[in-house]
Design a protein around this ligand. Structure first.
Ligand SMILES: CC(C)(COP(=O)(O)OP(=O)(O)OC[C@H]1O[C@@H](n2cnc3c(N)ncnc32)[C@H](O)[C@@H]1OP(=O)(O)O)[C@@H](O)C(=O)NCCC(=O)NCCS
Length: 219
């Protein structure tokens, strides 16, 4: 084992990371069409098994976790080429209801009208073609029809591309979660105000904003 691999292993088991929590009102997500012809749809277990380690960064542990999440009610969204062979998944993402997953089996409760979007991935050969932006348009239509109002997610602060993609899709940051990994244990610091914001419904957010506006105009 050389110095570089020792350092890499150390950075894997001991780190401090910031997860930026993003929030978007579904009705503020813009209409975007992908720059390559694709069809979005919800996937099932057989679609999940098409995700490979090489093309989709999906290893056996991820597949096992996702099979459990499918049974728990999470939904897989996939995009396939609308012109070429339909055997390749060009994009996938997941939706979770009622809770936001911090990884390592820890969850934060969400308002019933909010949905958590996670594990977004575009195949490397198709990045920059607005597949991710078009995914938000697809789920906006589906989720609004079911009565949902807000979409939430978290992005590692160092993932600048993902931050940009979310901001362009109408998301704004509502706080940050500190993730401390020490040896093989994960610890999270979630500010109380952020927990409360995640639990508030869209209607509660709107009335709080109106009350704050009324207070400001009285000053
Ligand atoms: C984040 C990710 C899903 C975005 O998917 P995408 O389909 O390429 O997204 P879009 O095409 O809608 O937008 C990509 C943006 O990144 C920019 N970009 C920067 N570097 C890029 C690169 N190397 N390749 C492609 N796009 C790049 C594009 O120009 C575009 O910005 P623009 O709208 O200002 O032009 C994709 O980069 C990915 O799968 N990354 C690895 C996994 C990941 O980080 N997932 C997010 C977890 S929160």
């Amino acid at each position: 084992m050389n110095m570089r691999s020792i350092l890499r292993f150390g950075a894997k088991i001991c780190f401090v990371r910031r997860k930026l929590v993003f929030d978007a009102r579904l009705d503020q997500i813009p209409n975007v069409t992908a720059r390559t012809p694709v069809t979005f749809r919800f996937g099932d277990a057989s679609d999940l098994l098409r995700l490979s380690e090489g093309t989709h960064d999906y290893d056996t542990a991820a597949t096992r976790f996702s099979l459990d999440r499918l049974l728990a009610g999470d939904r897989l969204v996939i995009a396939e080429s609308a012109i070429g062979p339909r055997d390749e998944v060009l994009f996938y993402a997941w939706l979770m209801f009622g809770q936001l997953d911090l990884g390592v089996g820890k969850y934060l409760p969400l308002a019933p009208d909010s949905v958590y979007s996670y594990r977004l991935f575009t195949a490397a050969s198709h990045r920059g073609k607005k597949l991710c932006a078009a995914y938000f348009t697809f789920i906006r239509e589906q989720l609004e029809a079911e009565g949902h109002r807000r979409l939430l997610c978290w992005v590692e602060s160092r993932n600048l591309i993902s931050r940009r993609v979310h901001e362009a899709a109408g998301f704004h940051s509502i706080g940050c979660i500190w993730h401390i990994q020490f040896l093989f244990r994960s610890y999270f610091y979630v500010p109380k105000t952020l927990r409360a914001s995640l639990r508030r419904s869209h209607a509660e957010h709107t009335s709080a904003a109106l009350a704050a506006g009324a207070g400001a105009s009285r000053v």
